[in-house]
Write a protein that binds this ligand. Sequence first.
Ligand code: MTE
Length: 326
Amino acid sequence: MLIKIKNKNDIYSSEITDQETFKQRREFIKQSGQFALAAAGTLAAPELLAGALPTPAPRAKIAGVTKGPFSTDQKPNKYKDITNYCNYYEFGTGKRDPAVNAHSLKTNPWQVAIEGEVEKPGVYNLEDILKPHDLEERIYRFRCVEAWSMVVPWVGFPLADLIKRFKPTSKAKYVEFQTLYDPENMPGQRRRILSWPYTEGLRMDEAMNPLTMMVVGLYGEVLPNQNGAPLRLIVPWKYGFKSIKSIAKIRFTEHQPTTAWNQSAPREYGFYSNVNPEVSHPRWSQAKERVLGSGFFAKKAETKIFNGYADEVASLYTGMDLRKFF
Ligand code: MTE
């Protein structure tokens, strides 16, 4: 199947009226939910048994996307690689499992609970969470803890813009995120692989950094379920596991929240999880990375501190011992 990739000639928000953008946004939100049904139909059992990559289902194109700041000029990975080599333990622990199994995730309707130290708590429909935000494409480097990396054209908006709307109180020092808890449709949650729901957290200044992004799309189209539909986090200077998928709760806290991986293996996964070639994982070095799609025999690339985003984020950690706060 031919995947339509957004290019320079596609329509950007400045070229269409507000009303049109609004109508298209509604359609996009509606179609985010319909994607789950579409994907289910494409996964023919013989194809999977033969070990072939599942063909990505056609998904809604997101209208009104502008080019955002901070994009790398590195070439993005292929759509097929980004969507078939995933980590999403709610749908299996193998890299291919989420692409095969995540069609059971129901993304429509979707609600997000805003809780804790905030002036405007509540349970909001996804539509209300997204409505005021202009969507932009940012091509970010993405580095996973198992030492592979890729470059992804995400579509979304700064988390800071969302946080400001809900007015955190002066006690809010951290933000905690939770994935949907739905063992019926997320089979991995029926097994005790991790403590469910998957939970992640950021310090408030990390959450407010302009690089931190709420993501709703990939390659100009609605986010596939296996990549965290309908709403996920992307924190490009941290290892991939901080970028929690399918967010159903955002809680503002005074104290550092517990996170799923830190709870499961505290010696291996710290709260900060900043990409740092000088701090090894206890079981492997983090100094080099294999760029996804470059071939098994290709030379590994040197990993950069903060995944190459030091100019934007190093000041957040001034005076901190990054070996201790790994
Ligand atoms: N979010 C949830 N809810 N469950 C998960 O298992 N895996 C994390 C992160 N977010 C995960 C998650 C890990 S380990 C990585 S590397 C990234 O998602 C992978 O994102 P991708 O599959 O879109 O590449």
